[in-house]
Design a protein around this ligand. Sequence first.
Ligand code: SF4
Length: 290
Amino acid sequence: MINIIMAEHAGFCFGVRRAVNAISDALNNNNNVWTIGLPIHNPQEVARLESLGLHVADNAGGIPSGAKVLIRAHGESLSVMESLKARNIEVIDMTCPFVRKAQDMAANLSRENYYVILLGDKNHPEIKGILGHVIDNKNVEVIADESEAEKVSYHAKIALISQTTQREERLAKVTGILTRKSSELHVCNTICKATSERQQAARELVRNNHVDGVILIGGRESANTGKLRDIIESEGVNVLWIEEPEELNANSQWLNNKNMVGIAAGASTPEWLIDKVINNIAAKKVVKGV
Ligand code: SF4
């Protein structure tokens, strides 16, 4: 029998749990509940919510008037929020408070004439939402990494704001580079604790235990799950990233010759899905640190 050891922090973070609970509550009272885009980066949990009656629109224009819309944890731009209000659509705002902090900093610092640099993925909804809070859209840019930070031109005042799922090491390196690009650099560490806790727990899982590999459970589109994979691989440990429990069973080849396997999970992975994976591989949970 395979023994498994769980990362100390794995699965739903505070912001995602709060949004999913709010969707479930809203669906209990009303079946005309919508989100703009997928509520979380986990197809199985989205399917469960849709089976309870949730509707997902591609954009704000797709929400019918008279509906209730729940703003997901990633947040939205000011223009989207205003367009919903103008159409009398009832809004339940479940923007995660950590994302809200980044949005507010972007708004306040751009108002104070800082050139705003967002460190993150320009295609991610959270970054699009934060971008939509910057007052002057000519004084902002999104950079992905250190090499893009090197290309930033000089500005008298720069405000650096990170995507909440960013790696701390990258924020530190980019801060070092931007110090040379401005005489006044304001760094906002908006990396949320849930993200750094999951990253640290993944690191400790492989450093403190003799694991033969790690099963990483999370949606393929989940940025924070991707970062967990990078961290585990950088420790020289083999990772199997799965999205659905059915991708693995007790006879799967990946489990051959493995005695102790770690389990890590992204912040949008529900607990029921982690339990299903453990059941599928008929594994025995061992206490952390054993
Ligand atoms: S990862 Fe952090 S910022 Fe993002 S939803 Fe979860 S708690 Fe909020």
